[in-house]
Design a protein around this ligand. Structure first.
Ligand SMILES: O=C[C@H](O)COP(=O)(O)O
Length: 329
């Protein structure tokens, strides 16, 4: 990544992409979708080794990454107190002294992501901040509760104030090649979301093949998904670089065909600042700068912010000691 592009993307005003209206199910497109596994795995293997961001600009990119985190807690022992603390962190993810030392203004995370029962607490705690609440829904994480209850759950979360709904798809529709059923399900979920944005969680670790990931991604976009998301964080394999390549190329194909930009959310197991930089670099390479904004890219992560903060602290400490060494000759 180069300074120029950092300058360009870091200061763009917040824009909101027109929502993806979806399209008729195109079964030919779905059936002919390919994913060349060995080529994808080869390309993915080269990504972590690349120096994606020059050292001098890493802190700025890490701050940018924070603005694209869906700060998440999805635990059986979540409490209102934990969610309020998470929301306070979303409002002020980086210590003001650290930002001052970097000459940067305060930022916020992209959203806070919780289970339905915690939506009202999060909405209250984020009031006035402009930070949206995302609710995981439709029987998250397995998505195996009765269909009418999954649809009703969406409505409950929207009524409680969720502006974004992270739905889980029925993996069995993918595994049995029942694309019509997957499309119908996606359309019903999208309709139930109303004005709320819908992220479709593919649970890629349970879809059997990269080709299935490509096909499921296309069907969900045809059904009106505003974002496609890799995982719930509860599968045994969550976000990976090969899966990301497949999904973002499906997003690119869908954009080329329809003119609508669908967002991307890798989620589950992303906990290191250096991995976040690899993802941003990948998005920049494959989709371009426009996708490096919170309306088109999010990390679904519960512990990434902590590592980014530690790296920012090292950066500031390092900058001070470099300045000291310079001053002392
Ligand atoms: O959607 C977000 C994921 O559940 C978060 O997963 P994580 O706890 O591994 O970061």
């Amino acid at each position: 990544m180069e300074t120029q592009s950092l300058e360009r993307t870091a200061h763009l005003p917040q824009v909101t992409e027109p929502r993806n209206p979806g399209m008729d199910l195109d079964l030919d497109w779905v059936r002919t979708a390919q994913a060349n596994t060995s080529a994808i795995e080869r390309r993915a293997a080269t990504l972590p080794g690349r120096r994606s961001v020059k050292k001098d600009y890493q802190a700025a990119w890490l701050l940018k990454a924070i603005t694209m985190i869906d700060l998440t807690t999805l635990s059986g022992d979540d409490t209102e107190g934990r969610v309020r603390r998470l929301c306070a962190k979303a409002r002020q993810p980086v210590a003001p002294a650290l930002l001052d030392a970097m000459g940067m203004p305060q930022i916020t995370t992209g959203a806070v992501c919780v289970y339905h029962d915690m939506v009202a607490t999060a909405v209250e705690a984020l009031k006035g901040s402009g930070i949206p609440v995302a609710a995981v829904s439709t029987g998250f994480p397995a998505g195996l509760s009765p269909f009418h209850l999954r649809v009703a759950e969406i409505g409950e979360s929207v009524n409680a104030g969720a502006a974004e709904i992270d739905i889980v798809i029925s993996r069995r529709h993918v595994l049995t090649g029942n694309w019509q059923a997957l499309y119908d399900e996606m359309k019903a979920f999208r309709a139930a979301c109303g004005h709320a944005h819908v992220k479709a969680i593919l649970a890629t670790g349970e879809l059997g093949s990269l080709r299935n990931v490509a096909r499921a991604a296309l069907v969900c976009m045809m059904g009106g998904a505003d974002f496609i998301k890799t995982s719930t964080g509860k599968e045994s394999v969550n976000a990976t670089l090969p899966v990301s390549l497949v999904m973002i190329r499906a997003i690119r194909d869908y954009y080329d065909r329809t003119g609508y930009r669908v967002g991307y959310k890798p989620a589950g197991g992303i906990s290191k600042a250096k991995d976040a930089l690899v993802y941003l670099s990948l998005i920049k390479d494959e989709l371009g700068d426009r996708w490096l904004q919170p309306d088109l890219f999010r990390f679904g992560a519960s512990s990434l912010l902590g590592d980014i903060e530690r790296q920012l602290e090292h950066h500031v400490t390092g900058a001070y000691s470099a300045g000291y060494r310079h001053a002392m000759g």
